[in-house]
Design a binder for this molecule. Structure first.
Ligand code: NAD
Length: 489
């Protein structure tokens, strides 16, 4: 069956190109999928435009749209095993992690289903006079271009697709060219749940060919992008010519601040998960460990010991605790980044060379790596590696910790570890990041907004703002007793 979904039909790429998808864990062929070019993207945009302008979906009652999202949640639960397996084959991540992702994805659809069904109706505005009826209603934005990355392929798509549909939009989804299979699975489930033709469209392919049209085409009203900072800037620039609405979820270089009074064992344990989960390929990874001077030596020793124990392996290896990087090119980038850090004076405490284990030879593995004695000016501290690389910096005072933490162009997430509740709140308030964890790392819920400050992007996913992102507020004013005004008489 062909893999592009346009106007309710599964269709092949116009020029017949295919892309092979190989598992990053061992290079096995997962499948070959249609590779869209600009003409395919254009056809998908036309289908979405038609469905939005003439189709029933934007005018379907909110309660029915919400009910469809709830049906999709149930279908995701039904197909959890197959989708989790597909996600692991595309990304190389452990099966158990893909299974957690699938739970979160179903929860996301359930949340936006309930929010959509219970919301709507707009707001009456008190104009101070009895002669007017003034209302604000929330309408869908229109045709949305949804562009997503490879690290959490279906999760990132769900964060956009569920609220876009809940708000009544039509969309064209372009997942990462490296990880297309679960997006295909999701689109099948949307059709099975009864979504009208043309509302959901899928193009697979590379950014410059299949992604650029979603940012630049005048028929697209909004582009929501999750990915790297450099690509995000390009998307924003491409969207500027048609002044479309833009939402950007970009990278992070997230601080994990540990004060000397933190619960030692818990903070060590979480410092490892913060950065090495999914081999660091997490936008909110706690890649910068800021540790109070008096705790530094003991804490870093324990983190290094923990990092050395992390076992690498493929998605179905029950002993593995983390998997490969997504591609050879990405591993090369991570390696270059570590080399730059060492050249700048960082001290290598563990990792730093490709694993010698012959069982890992065919995958893009890179070991958990700790770089100690780093400083805020180093590129290794400033740039996102998106790999299993932890930089360690020391601080003495609370002010110094906050200054170091905020000394980054990014502002996605951060954490503070201390048993002093007042200090925890003071630091949380001063961190310039969209999410702050106190004595924890990584948890999120669909009810709470997710997104970045500074160059981590703008706009929010999840929470009520995640739905509002896909809505336009319209003010409708009705004069109940129109009479000549006489302004010019
Ligand atoms: P990427 O920027 O390389 O690609 C993201 C998507 O953009 C892909 O679908 C790609 O094909 C497409 N693309 C590439 N060039 C394009 C162009 N010129 N126009 C339109 N689309 C284009 O990112 P990636 O390597 O897939 O993902 C990793 C990045 O994503 C990291 O920086 C990570 O921090 C970020 N990320 C952020 C969040 C968040 O919530 N803030 C979540 C996950 C990942």
């Amino acid at each position: 069956m062909p893999d592009l979904f346009i106007a309710g039909e599964w269709t092949a790429a116009l020029d017949g190109r295919l892309r092979e998808i190989r598992c990053p864990a061992d290079g096995t062929l997962v499948g070959a999928v249609d590779e869209a070019g600009p003409e395919d993207a254009s056809a998908a945009i036309a289908a979405a435009r038609d469905a939005f302008d003439r189709g029933p979906w934007p005018r379907t009652p909110a309660a029915e749209r919400g009910a469809l999202l709830l049906r999709v949640a149930a279908l995701l639960e039904r197909d959890k095993a197959a989708l989790a397996r597909a996600e692991s084959l595309d990304t190389g991540k452990r099966l158990v992690e893909s299974e957690y992702d699938l739970d979160d994805i179903a929860a996301c659809f359930r949340y936006f289903g309930a929010l959509t069904a219970s919301g709507g109706g707009g707001r009456i505005v008190d104009t101070g006079g009895a002669g007017t009826d003034s209302r604000v209603v929330y309408e869908p934005v229109g045709v949305c271009g949804l562009i997503t990355p490879w690290n959490y392929p279906l999760l990132q798509a769900a964060w956009k697709v569920a609220p876009a549909l809940g708000a009544g939009n039509a969309f064209v989804l372009k997942p990462s060219e490296l990880t297309p299979h679960t997006a295909i699975g999701l689109i099948r489930l949307l059709a099975e749940a009864g979504l009208p033709d043309g509302v959901a469209n899928l193009v697979l392919g590379a950014g410059p060919e299949a992604g650029v049209p979603l940012a630049s085409d005048p028929r697209v009203d909004m582009v929501s992008f999750t990915g790297g900072l450099v690509t995000g800037r390009r998307v924003m620039a491409a969207a500027a010519a048609t002044v479309k609405k833009v939402a950007l979820e970009l990278g992070g270089k997230n601080p994990n601040i540990v004060f000397a009074d933190a619960d030692f064992d818990t903070a060590v344990d979480y410092a490892l998960t913060a950065v090495f989960l999914h081999s660091g390929q997490v936008c909110s990874a706690g890649a910068r460990l800021l540790v109070q001077d008096e705790l530094h030596d003991r804490f870093v020793d324990a983190v290094v010991a923990g990092a050395r124990r992390i076992r690498l392996g493929g998605p179905f290896d029950p002993a593995a605790r983390t998997g490969p990087l997504i591609s050879a090119a990405h591993r090369d980038r991570v390696e270059a980044y570590v080399a730059a850090g060492l050249a700048e004076g960082a001290v290598l405490r563990c990792g730093g060379t490709r694993p010698a284990d012959p069982a890992l030879r065919d995958g893009f593995y890179y070991p958990p790596t700790v770089l100690d004695e780093c400083g805020p000016g180093m590129s290794v501290v400033r740039d996102e590696s998106f790999g299993p690389v932890l930089t360690v910096e020391r601080f003495r005072t609370e002010d110094e910790a906050v200054a170091l933490a905020n000394d980054t162009v990014y502002g996605l997430a951060g954490a503070v570890w201390t048993q002093d509740g007042e200090r925890a709140h003071r630091v949380a308030a001063r961190l310039r990041a969209g999410t702050v964890w106190i004595n924890d790392f990584h948890p999120y819920v669909p009810q709470a907004e997710w997104g970045g400050m500074k160059q981590s992007g703008f706009g929010r996913e999840l929470g009520p703002s995640g739905l509002a992102e896909y809505q336009e507020a319209k003010h409708i004013w009705r004069n109940l007793a129109p009479r000549p005004q006489g302004w010019f008489s």
